[in-house]
Design a protein around this ligand. Sequence first.
Ligand code: PLP
Ligand code: COI
Length: 345
Amino acid sequence: MSDKIKPEDLDWANLGFGYHDLPYRFRAYYKDGKWSEGGLETDSYMRVSEAAQSFHYGQEIFEGAKAYRRKDGGVNLFRPNMNAQRMNRSADRLLMPHVPEEMFVEAMKQVVKANQEFVPPYGTGATLYLRPFYFGTTPMVGVHAASDFTFEIFATPVGAYYKGGLTPTAYVTGKLDRAAHAGTGRAKVAGNYASSLLPGDEAHKAGYSDVVYLDPRLHENIEELGSANFFGITKDGKFQTPKSPSILPSITKYSLLALAPEFGLIPEETTISINDIDRFAEVGAMGTAAVISPVGSITHEGKKHVFYSETEVGPYTQKLYKRLTGIQFGDEEGPEGWIVDVPLD
Ligand code: PLP
Ligand code: COI
């Protein structure tokens, strides 16, 4: 048993991106072709067979989302239905039954409400990170799909994913792939992250923030930045992000593609060659954990390419960050349906 944390133990402004064992998580179980009703549980540990499918053959998918404390004390979720829909597309790829979208979103609300004293205060920049995950539990040694599954959502308060938050960091291209061309890169599958550990470690040891993954067929086109999608602002006013079958369709990316025209930027999903990155005035990583993290430089084959500045954030990156987080924390009105209020009593 790990010790449960208390809100007064937390330094909200200096949280980092770590796990804390909070009082409640939601669990539901799939057995005999149907879902249990599911509900909140207090024990963060689970009892699972040593031969559970997911330990050996990797039927495990997950999601990442955040709950945001508003100025009025309420709490927002940001586009939670998109997480539910993406989880079910990941489920299709790994031959797992769908999690009902309504159960998924309601479970998110229940977990936030039950752990509401751990939603960081407005103004600290911190949020309550929600981690839905879903895995096969049927005991087996042959390679088959499981028939029994557990779905859980836990929560943990988090600060910035990359040290420094909105300050530029340095990236480097890698030679190893996180996913195959027609593999599982589009799905949020645990195995993709296992593949990313070694290239990530090599980049960190060389002093970089993370890896720039190139496409697995040609090793020429930009795919992802560590655990986030890539964007670049071209010198002629386009917001560009890679189009590829092996990258994760990021909810933050679709949101920024929708917001870019508000700043006069033309949104574009397109092929982005690593040999043509000097056309970008600004570059950044985008994702739930990363939010918008400016990229100061990318080093490729020993040559460093600097975007805007290695120490200062570019003007479009700043504007997009302010707009996105303004919507998420409820300071600004966003497009219809993006914000879901969490009833707290
Ligand atoms: N790419 C990868 C590999 C990720 O793990 C994530 C995180 O979820 C993202 C991109 C960003 O996706 P989203 O904006 O939906 O969080
Ligand atoms: C997220 O942004 O939610 C992620 O899942 C990225 C990482 C923490 C795995």
